[in-house]
Design a protein around this ligand. Sequence first.
Ligand SMILES: Cc1cc2nc3c(=O)[nH]c(=O)nc-3n(C[C@H](O)[C@H](O)[C@H](O)COP(=O)(O)O)c2cc1C
Ligand code: SF4
Length: 606
Amino acid sequence: MSDLSEANLGALSAIVDKYRRQPTYLVQVLREVQDALDHIPPAAMAYVASALGVPIGQVEAVTAFYAFFHDRPMGRYRVLISDNITDRMLGSMALVEHMLNRLKLKLGEVSADGVVSVGLTSCTGMCDQGPAMLVNNRTITRLTPRRIDEICELIRAQVPLDDWPSFYFKVDDNIRRADMLLAAQWSPGEALRAATSLGPQGMIHELRLSNLRGRGGAGFTTAVKWEAARNAPGHGPNATRYVVCNADEGEPGTFKDRVLLQSYAGHVFEGMTIAGYAIGASRGFLYLRGEYTYLLQALEKHLADLRKMNLLGRSVCGVEGFDFDIEIHVGAGAYVCGEETALIESLEGKPGRPRIRPPFPVTHGYLGQPTVVNNVETLCKVLEIATHGGARYAGLGTKQSTGTKILSVSGDVDRPGLYEYPFGVRIAQVLEDCGARHPQAVQVSGAAGMCLSEREFGRRIAFEDVPTAGSFMVFGAQRDLFEVARNFTHFFAHESCGFCTPCRVGTTLVSNLMDKIAAGHGTQYEMNELNRLAGVIKGSAHCGLGTASCNAIVDTVQKFRPAYEKRLKAVDFEPAFDLDAALAKAREVTGRDDADAHLAQGMEQH
Ligand SMILES: Cc1cc2nc3c(=O)[nH]c(=O)nc-3n(C[C@H](O)[C@H](O)[C@H](O)COP(=O)(O)O)c2cc1C
Ligand code: SF4
């Protein structure tokens, strides 16, 4: 602690006090510590551990787990450029090179004067207005070489971020097709009042009639989830229940929740409050992904306004005994935290590792209490059901997929952005509406989803055909589907939380194999290995991240095999590096260059 200056000690003390020295706020505290000190030095970790009464090992583990936390200086300006495939298609890698050249830096390196570092990060949720970057967690969209030049100048002159041109940070909604949700006009409290007049059981009954299914990907029936949490008794002397809004939105190509949080926050919060009323909860959390920190201030203001309107707080809407409030937790760059149990771990101030289930969050969630976790879009849909009734809602969409679905469309299209359709819309219709340019494939539901070829464009968006969390990435005829799959394998290897061996080791082996094929050293052996590993990981990974990690490989190998085959060598096995070349240095040192000093191709495998 002696390593901390008086000023820094003062700043840290204010931060821990703001969070009432509660250990569950560890991730929030570390986020603010990093904002104040530019990184989280060991002395700050020790201070936080002592102030929050948690083991130092927990603080170190949390710091190490989240990509946006650093225990050593990473530069006063920490630049992270989005590495999603759509950003790459928009030329992000050339911009990275350009920036590194301008700053005379290597990727991941900190400048000698400690001012700046440049790295890559997974999808920033700006695929409709990329290439994008984060600077100290603030989003900058629409990067061009010129904008990179300007940013380099601002960094060199050490201009505070608040003084950078405000239009750099502008994030557009890009709503291209609005339907039941995006086009509706709601006045604050209207749906909540309808819900309270139905009563908790009545609200859940309407939800059941609506057959609303979760929009976070898995499509679980919302009424079943709410009812289970309502019926779960709670545990211990402080038995209670919680509502969590999953706004982690880390799936590559998905950005619908960003728009809902930016322009429909009232819907999101009201949906959470209705959930709180229906299940008997008094507290809600919105878990906001770290990449969306730019929304935090506006969201906090929104909550304050709702409290003023008595739409949050004590006796909400004048209903005696209905006390409910919402707080926001901000993530720190871990895709796996979107998995609901990992998210709950993160909310509790721990590394975001998925829990073993059962028990499920509806009975044992946040702090072991019954907890409903719902996606942002799901919670918005609740308003329509509360106001107009479940039966009317169920009249739209398909039998198993009622209502509408928002798609985040990006890639080779003229009009990227949000498209809301009734469930059952054909892929071909979406492609036509967004101005797809000679599409050869569509990746639906992100890296974890399905890759559809042209022959499947007649299929429908619906849980009974092509399910989706919302990502819709279009690849034109000129795109290399092998490179698309390779990008996804790197994503999963990077995002694996390391909890279980099949995923931790398997995703790395898969991404190494893809790199080997990309480097021209692939053979049928590597193709067989890809297939074998995909089966092993899918069959034995602990959570959805692992089980979905090879979906894109399996799909692209099956449907776009020439993209792989053109890279394969005829030999059965090719080492990832040239052993004979690697021995050149030894030959030079020993002065030998005879036949015995060389390794013949093909020997190495034995
Ligand atoms: C690796 C992984 C990441 C996930 N990311 C998200 C996410 O960002 N947002 C989300 O709502 N659900 C995500 N989910 C699904 C959640 O675990 C959970 O099913 C969902 O939040 C439930 O809400 P819903 O019933 O409203 O769909 C993810 C699941 C996995 C396995
Ligand atoms: S499957 Fe991967 S992400 Fe999920 S728990 Fe295992 S290691 Fe972690």
